[in-house]
Design a protein around this ligand. Structure first.
Ligand code: NAD
Length: 452
């Protein structure tokens, strides 16, 4: 109850601040985005240390996470003035001497709930959009990345007044209590089951939600590829952050003709990236906790392990692993893997791969490797996914002007760049009439000639 009162008082305080209209001012928004940018720059080392403590995240991968946020801020600062400009709308003839515009207005007090896998990027990137759109925000980082959660709280407390931005740390119970409050938007990144809980809590207040969820993102490999680059890009996308990436290629669907060469090349690249003993590599992360370690260990009990397979509970280590000869009945193919395990399936004709993908829930990302333009177009035309990256993995996320989000089971709503600005705004339609002319025909008593 004490916590609940505290949460209510944060929300009330932010609502009062929002009503002062200060956040609507472009100068205010630019100042706050600049302050966020500076603060992140100043805390880079602390952030990287916290990510290391939570996930054993390699320094470079932590840096990559931070650069994503800084890139988002830069892109937003470059475009904010244009995005905020009211859009002129053409009016029909009978509205002669009037003007119509659409204004992008802030929603008010928004809630951002984040996951543990990219705890900095997935908390601060939506925050950039929320600030750019003129909102106040309450942030709830994941308790599973506890070091990063407290660094986020510390940075926000030093950078912003809590009547504008505040962090509430805590686990599931705290999250539930926060969700019982009324917000003007909830932006959730996490798993599908919790997404349903968030959506039903939001429904109590008719609060709009953005759900950034996960799923099994397929990686289809045609036989017409650059073998070495394909293998490198797949291995990097799959095993960065020890596979704990929402858009990681979940499984491989490879053309039978090229399968052996590709798997050999994947083996080589794993060795090149992480050495003979990936457990000793400073470039390889760890599993977040025991629960996920046990869950992933169960998934190893399928098919034939052709690379890796070693585990070490004490250090939460699971080697980069490739499993051949799996079937759709294996557990590893029935749930989102979210770890360093790459199952391999093969196909003879591309139509088979497309059919298999279409039998699954719509994924967050789809990867297709092929030089063949017709095949690229075919895959694009006949599948659905939140995003697509052709001939690479994950990199589509690094283009700030490309909308990011899911479809179907992988979520709904978009952010990054202008899409994020739109997500945290509402479109206010305004018609402005002149007093110079007043057409009589619309007023009673209606005449037959009015119909004309
Ligand atoms: P999660 O759903 O378990 O937790 C996310 C957040 O929800 C955390 O802050 C947690 O405290 C809170 N939460 C957990 N249970 C709750 C409950 N019962 N009620 C209210 N709040 C609750 O997700 P996770 O384990 O942190 O992240 C992994 C999942 O997130 C994967 O499925 C992954 O694909 C997905 N993900 C998606 C994206 C994306 O951008 N689409 C990015 C990262 C992760």
């Amino acid at each position: 109850m004490i916590i609940q009162n505290k949460i209510s008082s944060f929300v009330d305080k932010q609502r009062l601040f929002f009503q002062t209209n200060q956040t609507k001012n472009i100068g205010f928004r630019i100042d706050k985005l600049t302050a966020l940018e500076q603060s992140i720059e100043e805390h880079k080392d602390v952030i990287i240390q916290a990510l290391k403590a939570d996930l054993h995240k390699p320094g470079f991968e932590g840096y990559f996470e931070i650069m994503g946020v800084l890139g988002e801020i830069k892109h937003t600062l470059q475009n904010l003035k244009t995005w905020m400009k009211p859009q002129k709308i053409a009016t029909p003839f009978h509205q002669f001497l009037s003007s119509a515009r659409v204004y992008s207005e802030p929603l008010g007090v928004v809630l951002i709930i984040g996951p543990w896998n990219y705890p900095i990027n997935l908390m601060f990137t939506p925050l950039v959009s929320a600030i750019a759109s003129g909102n106040c925000a309450i942030l709830k980082p994941s308790e599973l990345a506890s070091h990063t959660s407290s660094v986020i709280a510390d940075i926000m407390q030093k950078t912003f007044d809590s009547s504008f931005i505040t962090v509430i740390e805590g686990g599931v119970e705290t999250s539930k209590e926060i969700l019982s409050e009324k917000f003007d938007h909830i932006f959730f990144t996490g798993g599908t089951e919790v997404g349903k809980i968030v959506m039903s809590a939001a429904a109590q207040h008719l609060t709009p939600v953005t759900l950034e969820l996960g799923g099994k993102s397929p990686c289809i490999v045609d036989n017409d590829i650059h073998l070495e680059y394909t293998a490198k890009r797949i291995v990097w996308g799959k095993f960065s952050n020890a596979g704990q990436t929402c858009t990681a290629p979940d499984y491989l669907l490879v053309n039978r003709q090229i399968k052996k060469e590709l798997l050999d090349q994947i083996k080589n690249q794993i060795q090149n990236f992480y050495g003979d003993q990936p457990a000793n590599s400073h470039s390889y992360a760890r599993i977040i906790n025991n629960r996920h370690f046990y869950r992933l260990s169960e998934l190893l009990k399928a098919g034939e392990i052709i690379v890796g397979g070693d585990t070490d509970l004490e250090n939460l280590y699971i080697a980069p692993t490739v499993i051949d000869q799996v079937s759709w009945q294996d557990k590893v193919m029935q749930e989102e893997i979210f770890g360093p395990i790459l199952p391999v399936l093969e196909y003879t004709h591309l139509s088979e791969a497309i059919d298999l993908v279409n039998q699954q829930p719509k994924p967050l990302a789809l990867y297709f490797f092929s030089k063949n333009k017709q095949n690229q177009e075919w895959v694009l035309q006949s599948t659905a996914s939140g995003g697509v990256c052709i001939n690479d993995t994950l990199m589509h996320l690094t283009v700030p002007a490309l909308p990011f989000g899911g479809v179907g089971a992988s979520g709904f709503g978009r952010y990054h760049g202008k899409s994020g600005f739109d997500t945290f705004s509402y479109q206010r339609a305004v018609l402005n009439k002149s007093f110079l002319l007043d057409l009589k025909w619309r007023y009673p008593p209606y005449q037959t000639k009015s119909k004309k």
